[in-house]
Design a protein around this ligand. Sequence first.
Ligand SMILES: *[C@@H]1O[C@H](CO)[C@@H](O)[C@H](O)[C@H]1NC(C)=O
Ligand SMILES: *[C@@H]1O[C@H](CO)[C@@H](O)[C@H](O)[C@H]1NC(C)=O
Ligand SMILES: *[C@@H]1O[C@H](CO)[C@@H](O)[C@H](O)[C@H]1NC(C)=O
Ligand SMILES: *[C@@H]1O[C@H](CO)[C@@H](O)[C@H](O)[C@H]1NC(C)=O
Ligand SMILES: *[C@@H]1O[C@H](CO)[C@@H](O)[C@H](O)[C@H]1NC(C)=O
Ligand SMILES: *[C@@H]1O[C@H](CO)[C@@H](O)[C@H](O)[C@H]1NC(C)=O
Ligand SMILES: *[C@@H]1O[C@H](CO)[C@@H](O)[C@H](O)[C@H]1NC(C)=O
Ligand SMILES: *[C@@H]1O[C@H](CO)[C@@H](O)[C@H](O)[C@H]1NC(C)=O
Ligand SMILES: *[C@@H]1O[C@H](CO)[C@@H](O)[C@H](O)[C@H]1NC(C)=O
Length: 456
Amino acid sequence: MPSPLLLFISLLSFLSLSSSQSPPPPRVNILLGILIDCGASRPYTINGREWLTDEGFTNRGANKNLTTQVLLRTLYTVRSFPLRSNNRTRKFCYSVPVFRGAKYLVRSTYFYGGVNGNGTSPPVFDQMVDGTLWSVVNTTDDYANGMYSYYEGVFLAQANRMSFCLGSNTYTKSDPFLSALEFLILGDSLYLSLDQFDRIWEPFGEYDPTKSDNTNLSVSGIWNLPPQKLFERELANGDPLVLKWPPAPLPNSEYYIALYFADDGGSSRVIDVSINGVPYFRNLNVRPVGEVVFTKRWPLGGVTNVTLTSTAGSSAGPLINGGEVFSLLPLGGRTRTSDVSVLKQLKSSFKKVPIDWSGDPCMPRQYSWTGITCSGGPHIRITSLNLTGMGLSGSLSSNISRLTGLTHIWLGSNNISGTIPDLGPLKMLRTLHLENNRLTGEIPSSLASLRGLREL
Ligand SMILES: *[C@@H]1O[C@H](CO)[C@@H](O)[C@H](O)[C@H]1NC(C)=O
Ligand SMILES: *[C@@H]1O[C@H](CO)[C@@H](O)[C@H](O)[C@H]1NC(C)=O
Ligand SMILES: *[C@@H]1O[C@H](CO)[C@@H](O)[C@H](O)[C@H]1NC(C)=O
Ligand SMILES: *[C@@H]1O[C@H](CO)[C@@H](O)[C@H](O)[C@H]1NC(C)=O
Ligand SMILES: *[C@@H]1O[C@H](CO)[C@@H](O)[C@H](O)[C@H]1NC(C)=O
Ligand SMILES: *[C@@H]1O[C@H](CO)[C@@H](O)[C@H](O)[C@H]1NC(C)=O
Ligand SMILES: *[C@@H]1O[C@H](CO)[C@@H](O)[C@H](O)[C@H]1NC(C)=O
Ligand SMILES: *[C@@H]1O[C@H](CO)[C@@H](O)[C@H](O)[C@H]1NC(C)=O
Ligand SMILES: *[C@@H]1O[C@H](CO)[C@@H](O)[C@H](O)[C@H]1NC(C)=O
């Protein structure tokens, strides 16, 4: 029986690493990373890879065990997050320690397993990394086919922690969930390190059983070092050979495409390649040394086809060994670091902050924290804090005076105790509401110097 292992596909989302020069990553070429088996009750090691529990990475959501039988241990459990209970969008985050300036391959894995009720279909929700909306997670088709789904993206660590969040949106009908999360540090050579991490190469279609396996190829010279196993099998049934690939429709974007070809010799094989009927590469001479044809910024959207046709002079039909397609995401931006650290202090001095207070406070914009309003533009700052009647207790950190972009502070009708801090440095403050709390002391005289203040 022919093995179905053939055209390998990896669908990667690449994040543009900002327009300015990024600092050089640490010279780490060994496998280093954090693997989280979401929902697991204890850590374990499989194939030398240590899988951790959610502990220390997130404190939201609940662990659930799948009731259906699955093969992969990482899929036995999920972390499940409550669907928004009002009409506000909500995000739930993991916070993962990283090396600032290093690139990470982030891989998120989902297998629904009916955790929101037997016979229900998987919820559709958003995933984001730091302030960047990464993609919609729609595992409907894979789940219907008994398969798990995964997403891979390359992201630059801009601080010493990175957040990965799920968000419920208008199309989310039941609780979002996550099966596994991997943060894998990449060395200088993206591709070399990707394959240290078992970049997932999915088989595509059935290979031609009349062709012998390629075993005598010399493909090591290919610049982005695809794994040798990629060239051991090829797809060669038809001339023209038309592939509906990638298997799922793509969101409209510009894509980087890499296609891999190698022949074990014996014939002169010359092919033309087109994508959706548009010529992509002409007169490609497929030789044992292997070829990769790589394009940047190719616009694609929806169902895509790749057509390979042998040229008039070719003595054999077309073949292909593998392909990759990936896109660049626009960077979402991030809230000014000093504002983020003050919000962290506020979060720890208050008790019972809203459940979505995790990840970036302002970004992505539709997932800003409850009660927080932010400025636009490239330097994102907190401009108002409105937690009126949110059931807060605890105290008000004096470091609130470092949120110098604040124009409104509305903290009325909570149960906040302690003293009112010096708000003198908040020169932009226009309204201040602290009524109906258990705050003691006078409104500090420093407030008299706030000329813009209109409402107390
Ligand atoms: C899931 O199963 C493990 C062991 O089988 C058990 O220890 C854990 O309590 C279960 N978790 C839930 C949420 O049922
Ligand atoms: C949510 O929004 C819908 C339509 O916009 C509305 O019908 C519904 O009452 C809202 N629910 C809540 C809890 O506010
Ligand atoms: C789903 O069905 C299985 C058996 O078919 C049962 O053990 C499990 O409790 C059910 N789960 C839910 C969430 O209803
Ligand atoms: C999710 O995918 C299914 C199957 O492709 C599709 O029918 C459905 O509309 C998608 N849902 C959303 C919200 O995009
Ligand atoms: C493999 O290729 C080398 C050099 O091209 C050749 O000398 C050798 O005979 C080939 N081996 C087989 C088994 O085809
Ligand atoms: C491939 O895509 C092109 C352009 O979208 C279309 O004209 C052509 O019919 C497609 N071919 C197949 C076999 O789907
Ligand atoms: C703060 O929130 C309260 C209650 O939701 C609302 O009435 C008030 O207008 C808000 N204040 C500002 C400045 O947005
Ligand atoms: C205020 O911020 C400083 C500097 O970040 C920090 O050392 C201090 O502990 C903070 N104070 C409070 C009350 O959080
Ligand atoms: C306010 O806090 C105090 C002490 O922390 C507590 O005894 C009281 O029940 C709280 N009141 C409300 C309305 O939550």
